[in-house]
Design a protein around this ligand. Structure first.
Ligand code: AHR
Length: 489
């Protein structure tokens, strides 16, 4: 039988809640329709922001939202998105579908979204087409409480108090859509721009994030750490899981084969290699692990749903995506010493979304439920754990796991059985703690099970009855394609 050993008295790092963050870009129907419907909409809203989406995000304790992009960030000029809405500039969203962006969702609306959700804002600044002054003034506008041109402008626009901006990124994908820069050139630009990202209050630090590599580009990390490491708090990295190696034919979100399922999960598991290798480089420049890796874009990326705007990146979401989310979130937990934040791409209606909307309708996807089960790990201490597992199949491990210790003494375990068709049994052996009870939830289904607006409850978590007390711990039986969360007390 598979054996999971948990050393309940050995901790391996702190699991920041921000490992379960979100990303919301002005792309397709993420912001407009997905988050923001305007004050005059029939869809229930508070100050224009959908109440159903806010409630869904609160229920999974969404800790942080990154905005306004993505590629959009390096084309965004924040001054276009403040002041009376009727007077805001209309622009073309050249990256994403060439649609008109009316700027009705800007800085104030984003901060209002974060207020309603109760999460931290993570603002991404513009390096590609913006100036140092523009970035500097945005930070002043948002965070300065005294008398200054930008703070006064904020007040004139109806917001008296400064906001907290705990996370700020200096550009996005500057090796590509953010200006096609070389690593050396961007490192210099980063040093210059970040100088003027001022911390206006000692109580409101700003964690500055430099643009990091795309997936396996280790040279970028090397150069950034060497040339600019001491000026940053975080270095981003983006990794998308495709079902093929061809960006023109990425595979379908639904109706995929068993082989596609296994290939997708194997690719998602490469996140571990990627984090290990970027961490190894960072360790040479920053052995104290002061600088965090910020995986501020990750998730599955398939061909867009037929009949939808190709520039909107809308895709359905199945149990396969929930498995990708669960495997990835377990990997983040295991790397929590170096990984400070991660943001799934994207929060609503784009790529691997936890939430889909259609007019007034809302669907919680299998990925949403994976996040729900993982929320038990937020702000816990990672526990040392190891799987002595039987051989897996199809190139996938038999099981995958992470375990954490909550402040109340409970141990939380998230166990994944990625097999599309085999049940897996596991003996959970606890060392360093006596436990009497284990209970939790399961998320399972066939690999392409999903929720639709007509059938929104096909996939959802339910109480898990496959766990039993045993000598030295517990035993659990995980059906194929399943994620189980257990709270052990
Ligand atoms: O998430 C979609 C896009 O993917 C983002 O805008 C960009 O940063 C990345 O290439």
């Amino acid at each position: 039988m598979n054996k999971l050993i948990i050393n309940a008295d050995v901790t391996r790092g702190h699991i920041r809640k921000t490992l379960q963050g979100h990303f919301a870009e002005h792309l397709g129907r993420c912001i407009y329709g997905g988050v923001y419907v305007g004050e005059n909409s029939d869809i229930p809203n508070v100050n224009g922001i959908r109440t159903d989406v806010v409630e869904a995000l609160k229920a999974i304790k969404a800790p942080v939202i990154r905005w306004p992009g993505g590629c959009f960030a390096d084309e965004y000029h924040w001054q276009d998105g403040i002041g009376p809405k009727a007077e805001r500039k209309r622009m073309v969203n050249t990256h994403w579908g060439g649609v008109t962006e009316d700027n009705s969702f800007g800085t104030h609306e984003f901060m209002e979204l974060c207020r309603q959700v109760g999460c931290d804002p993570y603002v991404n600044g513009n390096v590609g087409s913006g100036t140092v002054r523009e970035m500097s003034e945005w930070v002043e506008y948002m965070t300065f409480d005294g008398v200054s041109p930008m703070a006064d402008l904020r007040r004139a626009n109806g917001h008296e108090a400064a906001w907290r901006v705990p996370y700020f990124a200096v550009g996005n994908e500057n090796w590509g859509c953010g200006g096609n820069m070389t690593a050396e050139y961007y490192a210099n630009e980063y040093r210059r721009y970040q100088t003027y990202v001022r911390r206006y209050s000692p109580d409101a630090p700003i964690y500055k994030i430099a643009c990091g590599p795309s997936d396996f580009n280790y040279e970028w990390t090397e150069t950034l750490m060497k040339n600019a490491g001491r000026y940053m708090d975080g270095l981003s990295v983006h990794y998308y899981t495709l079902c093929s190696n061809d960006w023109q034919h990425k595979g379908h979100a639904l109706g995929f084969s068993r082989e596609d399922y296994c290939v997708t999960l194997k690719k998602a598991l490469r996140m571990d290699e990627l984090l290990t290798r970027h961490t190894a480089i960072m360790d040479r420049y920053d052995p104290e692990k002061r600088v965090g890796l910020v995986v501020d874009e990750w998730g599955t990326w398939y061909d867009v749903e037929e009949g939808t705007n190709p520039g909107f990146l809308y895709q359905q979401n199945s149990m396969r995506d929930a498995m990708v989310a669960a495997l990835t979130l377990n990997i983040f937990n295991k790397h929590c010493e170096r990984v400070h934040m991660a943001n799934i791409a994207q929060m609503v209606n784009v790529l691997q979304s936890p939430i889909l909307t259609e007019g007034p309708g809302l669907v919680l996807t299998p990925t949403y439920y994976a996040f729900k089960l993982f929320s038990a790990h937020q702000e816990n201490e990672l526990l040392d754990s190891a799987l002595l597992a039987e051989a897996g199949a199809d190139g996938l491990p038999a099981l995958q796991e992470s375990a954490s210790l909550a402040p109340d003494g409970a141990i939380h375990v998230t166990l994944v059985n990625p097999s599309p068709d085999e049940l897996r049994e596991v003996a959970i052996v606890l060392r360093g703690k006596e436990a009497t009870a284990a209970a939790g939830e399961i998320l399972t289904g066939k690999m392409d099970d999903h929720n639709t607006f007509d059938a929104p409850d096909t996939v959802a978590d339910r109480p898990f009855d496959g766990v039993a007390k045993a000598e030295g711990g517990f035993t659990a039986a995980l059906p194929p394609c399943s994620l189980v969360h257990l709270a052990i007390r």
